[in-house]
Design a binder for this molecule. Structure first.
Ligand code: NAD
Ligand code: UDP
Length: 338
């Protein structure tokens, strides 16, 4: 994946700054997106209800007079006092199974009502709208790797349904609302992403394994550990977001963004142990209901339309993430660094 034809330079500082809203901007991905947009010279309004987001994630941006933090739930309409936006990124939604299953009705409604509220605002402002969707819309896939044309295999009434079906509905709403109101809309299907500022308690596999390894605790493998995922480093993902939002090319439908490097959960555990120098043991727990067996993105669309592919190899990304958690756990927080 280090093909030079698809390598990218950092986003240049823009000549015409835009007013950009990022819902969920105090979360893991949102805080990286806000940082990139501020660096590029835009005026950024971060809208977050701090359900899973943290002030520490955006503390390093608070000194900028182009960064505005608004504590608000997107299930409530945005007030006019926020001003007009050129672009709206909708990332607001808990993303880890532990968090999105905490209040399943709220998760489903955030995908529906929250997205609708932001779309209405985009229509009023004439803003371009970006929806963070997910590989979970493919459910437990019968097609491998998953291209955007695959329609998925999702349980409508399982513990993951509030999120999977919520995000599927949001894709429909964004698409139909965009057509009916003449809005430019973008939908990204994000595959498992990791990196600094993941919440240490959010239960996702990369953060769990690193925190367990650094603390010398048992590494918890669910099921046999032979299920696969494909992990994308956060910097690569955010580059893909910005390219998708900024392109004026006609993009019809969702675009997968993720790293096609597929590994088993067992292999991930071994790699985390090796890179962190840990002596943790592996322990096996039951597999959660409806846990997908395999997942790997087909990124042909992103290559063709955005000339995007991931650059950060898993080893480098894990080393950077381990360094982050090491500092967090030992009281030398790096959450605020760019
Ligand atoms: P996160 O939990 O760190 O961030 C979500 C943010 O949204 C948090 O700051 C939270 O407080 C905020 N939020 C939640 N509900 C809200 C509401 N009703 N109103 C306002 N703010 C609200 O998760 P993340 O990993 O940064 O994910 C961001 C987006 O990307 C989510 O939409 C998620 O579904 C999507 N996504 C992430 C991944 C991944 O691997 N990280 C994979 C697929 C999709
Ligand atoms: N997983 C695991 N141990 C953990 C956390 C997760 O083995 O401590 C597994 C989980 O069952 C799944 C994979 O790792 O098969 C990825 O889980 P995660 O919650 O990170 O993402 P998702 O299931 O949403 O892809």
């Amino acid at each position: 994946m280090n093909d030079d034809r698809f390598s990218y330079a950092p986003t240049p500082v823009v000549t015409r700054p835009k007013r950009v809203a990022v819902s969920g901007g105090a979360g893991f991905l949102g805080s990286h997106l806000c940082g990139r947009l501020i660096k590029a010279g835009h005026d950024v309004t971060c809208i977050d209800n701090f359900h899973t987001g943290r002030h520490a994630n955006v503390a390093h941006l608070m000194g900028s007079d182009r960064f505005h933090l608004v504590a608000q739930d997107i299930n409530e309409p945005l007030g006019d006092e926020l001003g007009r936006f050129d672009q709206i990124y909708n990332l607001a939604c808990p993303a880890s199974p532990v968090h999105y299953q905490y209040d399943r009705v709220k998760t489903a409604l955030t995908c529906a009502m929250g997205t609708w509220n932001l779309l209405k605002r985009a229509a009023t402002d004439g803003a371009r709208f970006f929806q963070a969707s997910t590989s979970e819309i493919y459910g437990d896939p019968e097609i491998h790797p998953q291209a955007e044309t695959y329609r998925g295999n999702v349980n409508t009434v399982g513990p993951r349904s509030c999120y999977d079906e919520g995000k599927r509905f949001a894709e429909t709403l964004v698409t139909d609302f965009g057509h009916q109101h003449g809005l430019t809309t973008r939908i990204v299907r994000i595959f498992n992403t990791y990196g600094p500022r993941m919440h240490p308690d959010d239960g996702r596999v990369v953060s769990n394994f690193i925190v367990q390894a650094l603390a010398g605790r048992d590494i918890t493998i669910y099921g046999s550990g032979e299920q696969t995922r494909s992990f994308c480093f956060v910097d690569d993902l955010i580059e893909g977001f910005i390219r998708l939002m900024e392109t004026d090319e006609e993009i019809d439908g969702p675009v997968n963004i993720g790293n096609p490097n597929e590994i088993t959960v067992n292999e991930l555990a071994q790699q985390v142990i090796a890179l962190s120098g840990s002596r943790s043991r592996l322990v096996y727990h039951p597999l959660p209901i409806d846990d997908p067996r395999r997942r790997k993105p087909d990124i042909s669309r992103a290559l063709t339309h955005l000339r995007w592919s991931p650059r950060v190899q898993l080893q480098e990304g894990l080393e950077r993430t381990i360094a982050y958690f090491n500092a967090e756990l030992h009281g030398n927080s790096v959450a605020q660094r760019g």
